[in-house]
Ligand binder design. Structure first.
Ligand SMILES: [Zn+2]
Length: 193
């Protein structure tokens, strides 16, 4: 893009420029970065497909924040914490085959209900095995038996959770997978009483 000559005046150089636009959105004013090429001679603005994509993503990020929805990077963090690929997450949560790629790139704003489901799977440790059991991945070897142990060990510490929320029951992955309980045994926190 450097030294790209302006097509309008055929003399000036197009320089990459980012400005902050004020965008009205549902009664709020969003500050959204807008990147484009501007001629240093005639001031003409050129937008190619790549910049339009970048600008649309920047706008979607601000809209997600305004709507109190997860941004793309937050969804990616949750998905990786659940040890899911984008394809697996799309199969489990819905939204179409490439839904999570679109959510995480901020090409698409997820629905409120999708957002709630993703947030619930992140907060409630035995929700994911249930969602998997209802999905096309229910027979996938990855999700048989010990999958819960894998993500619970690294991302979820029942005792820490317990101290923060002393009145709740916590679940812990059992050694033997039990299809009747989805592999979990309910335990009560020591400090719950
Ligand atoms: Zn020009």
């Amino acid at each position: 893009m450097l030294n790209h000559t302006c097509v309008m005046c055929d003399e000036g150089l197009l320089i990459k420029k980012t400005v902050i636009d004020n965008v009205d959105f549902k009664g709020q004013v969003l500050k959204v970065p807008n990147t484009h090429l501007e001629c240093n001679l005639c001031g003409c603005i050129e937008l190619d497909n790549e910049y339009m994509k970048v600008n649309n993503r920047a706008l979607n990020i601000e809209k997600k924040k305004a709507l109190d929805l997860f941004t793309g990077s937050e969804i990616k963090e949750i998905r990786e914490g659940l040890r899911l690929s984008q394809t697996e997450a799309s199969a489990i949560f819905g939204g179409g085959k490439v839904a999570f790629s679109k959510y995480e790139n901020d090409d698409v704003i997820q629905s409120k209900s999708m957002n709630t489901l993703i947030g619930a799977a992140n907060r409630i440790p035995d929700l994911l095995p249930y969602l998997v059991s209802q999905s096309s991945l229910s027979t996938s070897p990855k999700f048989q038996g010990d999958y819960e142990d894998v993500y619970l060990e690294e991302d979820f510490n029942p005792l820490v959770e317990c101290k923060n929320r002393p009145s709740i029951f916590v679940v812990e992955a059992s050694q033997e997978f039990d299809s009747g309980t989805n592999g979990y045994t309910e335990l009560q926190c020591d400090d719950a009483a």
